[in-house]
Design a protein around this ligand. Structure first.
Ligand SMILES: Nc1ncnc2c1ncn2[C@@H]1O[C@H](COP(=O)(O)OP(=O)(O)OP(=O)(O)O)[C@@H](O)[C@H]1O
Ligand code: SF4
Ligand SMILES: [Mg+2]
Length: 334
């Protein structure tokens, strides 16, 4: 690839020390314990594209999101946004300029909005913090414009977050994210706490804003139907790794990895007719002591000795020995 992607995530890893306190370890004789929350994740996002990460709870999606926006330092690996490395110390000033262009939207909009501030103060805060507009009148004008942008009324600026519904609060959070003229928005389960009908409105608003403003999204969800609606490319995560990465259409019509098939089979309305279904079985293992080899092997109906011994590399967009060996067909409908 000669042309650089807007977002490049290279071999990102994050280990958490989850040991008991030192004194307990001395008295009880325990070892230090480490949890690999993210274990070598790589992906690219083109400008104006939506890339989604999907996977069960605990697969490492939020940890990736926090590292991508710079809220959490990686143990190793690199995030490059518009050619600027988020981790190089030399480029501090450049990184600070980049901060303005990257925003994050969380699952619980109420927790991310200051309850004591009026909505117009909340939305104006990034404008003031980054010194984007001078003069109170112009700031107020811009805040009114942003509120209209997300489907609220400029007069709503005089209210407090608790006076709004969950969906409206997420609109406020989006207006605040846009206030800094953000280009890249990381959305971590942005609609998971909302009613289904409201979810659709917020997702449509996000798509509409993307078209109008050319936004780039990293979209995180455990919900495949939501991801299908939003993303052009999707990475499926399992225990800290991407096990399959492909464009949305292909992932839903010809899923390769047994875990992806299992996830799709759990959702009746996005299932593929005619294909043999893999029943959902087992639970995600304890990430402190993950299974050897392919970490999906205890749940996989196609596992053999090699799967227990060797970690499958991500080749051709899928990390599965059975697919690489041709033991498992890609189009299981055939
Ligand atoms: N600060 C932390 N300290 C220790 N362990 C952590 C920390 N943050 C996350 N983890 C662990 O890392 C793993 C990945 O967590 P993460 O929150 O990234 O998953 P997720 O895919 O976002 O899950 P969910 O769908 O529940 O939000 C989990 O096992 C979690 O317990
Ligand atoms: S590598 Fe083996 S255990 Fe892992 S998904 Fe493929 S067949 Fe199943
Ligand atoms: Mg999460």
């Amino acid at each position: 690839m000669t042309e650089r992607s807007y977002v490049e995530v290279n071999d990102l890893r994050r280990v958490f020390d989850v040991s008991k306190p030192w004194l307990n370890r001395v008295l009880e004789g325990g070892e230090k314990q480490y949890l690999k929350a993210v274990d070598g994740v790589s992906f690219n996002i083109a400008k104006g594209e939506t890339f989604a990460l999907v996977g069960e709870s605990g697969s490492g999606k939020s940890t990736v999101a926090r590292m991508v926006v710079g809220l959490l330092p990686p143990t190793s690996g690199e995030v490059i946004i518009d050619g600027i490395s988020m981790s190089s110390r030399a480029a501090l000033a450049e990184r600070q300029r980049l901060r303005r262009r990257i925003q994050m939207i969380f699952q619980d909009p109420y927790a991310s909005l200051n309850p004591r501030w009026q909505v117009d103060q909340i939305v104006a805060e990034p404008i003031r913090a980054f010194g984007l507009i001078d003069g109170e009148k112009d700031i107020a004008g811009r805040v009114g414009e942003l509120l209209s942008f997300v489907g609220l009324h400029p007069a709503d600026g005089k209210k407090y977050p608790h006076e709004f519904s969950g969906g409206q609060r997420q609109r406020i959070a989006i207006a605040r994210a846009l206030a800094s003229n953000a280009e890249f928005i990381v959305c971590d389960e942005p609609t998971s706490a909302l009613d289904v009908s409201v979810q659709a409105q917020i997702l449509n608003l996000m798509r509409d804003l993307q078209d109008r403003l050319g936004l780039t999204y990293l979209f995180i969800s455990h919900n495949l139907a939501v991801v299908r609606h939003m993303a052009s490319r999707i990475g499926v995560m399992y225990l800290g790794r991407i096990v399959e990465i492909s464009n949305g259409r292909e992932l839903f019509s010809r899923p390769k990895h047994p875990y992806t098939r299992m996830l799709l089979d759990a959702v009746p309305d996005v299932g593929m007719t005619g294909r043999q279904r893999i029943p959902v079985s087992g639970e995600i293992p304890n990430p402190i002591s993950p299974p050897s080899g392919c970490t999906f092997n205890p749940r996989c109906p196609f596992a053999n000795e090699r799967c227990v011994a060797e970690v499958p590399p991500l080749l051709g967009g899928v990390a599965c020995h059975a697919i690489h060996e041709g033991r498992l067909g890609i189009d299981a409908a055939a």
